[in-house]
Design a binder for this molecule. Structure first.
Ligand SMILES: Cc1ncc(COP(=O)(O)O)c(C=O)c1O
Length: 360
């Protein structure tokens, strides 16, 4: 990224040499990322992150299809970037069905099918949940959307790099991504917009990104996004094995230290991301746990990391219908490529000390 903050400082829209250098860096980044997810480079729009991608998909699809209908289907466990955008649309006369999930955090394909109405214009379901890691049946839901001619948006912010994404075979029209979930730079993302999908822009101004997202592109951020993809691409299998192993070790350590009655793992037992572990310690409050973990040097989160400033009960765990002692004591550990086994052992030891002390 560094050369694109100093040496190649041109604006990708400028026709001079410096601008052309920036443009070719953007093109190379677009080629790499679109190849990674199986779409054409022309179908990838760079954005300022996952939130902007989600907002563009929801508002853009709603606006472009408003002549056909004003009903949207989504789930209760989406990220707030989707939920709050849908709530905003309700203020403008749209109707939104927020589908519940089962105790593992998975939405039912049958529920989606039953919710479809003649005026449904958009279905938005995430690929995998950011709090509990549960993977959603997006292929099956996409098939329903295709059959009924409804636009299908998938928030794949947590899935990119961890689950295989091939847009050539997935029945999806819009898909959101964020670079920092792959250890890339924050504030950079992308939205896949299928060639056939009609979506109005969220931002108006210049004709960047083929008039789908006005504003000078963040060249350094986009170069960093592509570099993160390159690193993941080269080591996807090893990375997945490593993260899965770290997660398993954390669970084994908790079992050894607290016993099976001492903790509860939330989320789907098999249909889940490898790098997220949501776990409750009944009898201890999330807030005290997080404060004490932070003092011990362990960075954990409650609810979505993006909103961890507020410690209300997570909307995801609430929708899963879990008992209060579980929802009120949940924390999320996420594992990254720089973590190692010694850190897992240290984190589990800190959890044991804190939980034992707080329970006493
Ligand atoms: C599933 C999901 N969607 C959207 C977002 C928002 O992405 P960003 O922080 O890049 O705006 C996040 C962030 O954590 C997320 O986990």
């Amino acid at each position: 990224m560094l050369p694109y903050l100093s040496e190649y400082f041109g604006n990708a829209s400028s026709t001079h040499r410096a601008g052309r250098d920036a443009r070719s860096a953007l093109n190379a980044a677009r080629d790499r990322i679109s190849a990674f997810i199986g779409c054409s480079p022309a179908e990838l729009v760079f954005t300022g992150g996952g939130t902007e991608s989600d907002n563009t998909a929801i508002f853009g699809a709603a606006e472009a299809s408003s002549g056909r209908g004003r009903h949207i289907i989504t789930t209760q466990i989406e990220h707030h970037a989707v939920l709050h955008a849908c709530e905003r649309l309700e203020k403008f006369g749209y109707e939104v069905t927020y589908l519940p999930v089962d105790k593992f955090g998975q939405v039912s394909v049958r529920d989606v099918e039953a919710a479809v109405r003649p005026d449904t214009v958009l279905i938005s379901v995430m690929y995998a949940n950011n709090e509990v890691g549960t993977i959603q049946p997006v292929k099956e839901i996409g098939a329903i959307a295709r059959e009924k001619g409804i636009l299908f948006h998938v928030d794949a912010v947590q899935a990119l790099g961890h689950l295989p994404i091939d847009l050539g075979s997935l029945p999806v029209d819009l898909m959101s991504f964020s670079a920092h979930k792959l250890s890339g730079p924050k504030g950079t993302g992308a939205l896949y917009i299928a060639r056939s999908a009609r979506v109005a822009p969220l931002l108006y101004g210049g004709s960047q990104e083929r008039k789908r997202r006005a504003g000078t592109e963040n060249t350094a951020g986009i170069v960093g996004f592509a570099e993160a993809v390159k690193i993941f691409e080269g080591a996807r299998y090893e990375m997945q094995q490593k993260l899965e192993k770290l997660r398993q070790e954390m669970v084994m350590e908790l079992e050894r230290r607290l016993g099976s009655g001492g903790y509860v793992v939330n989320g789907h037992p098999t249909e889940r991301l490898p790098h997220i572990l949501n776990v409750s310690f009944p009898g201890v409050s999330t807030e005290s746990l997080l404060m004490n973990l932070d003092l011990a040097g362990v960075a954990a989160a409650s609810g979505s990391a993006c909103t961890s400033g507020s410690l209300e009960v997570s909307h995801v765990l609430r929708s899963m219908g879990l008992p209060e002692e579980v929802t009120a004591s949940a924390v999320r550990f996420s594992f990254g490529r720089t973590n190692d086994e010694a850190q897992i052992a240290a984190a589990a030891e800190a959890v044991q000390d804190i939980v034992t002390r707080l329970r006493r």
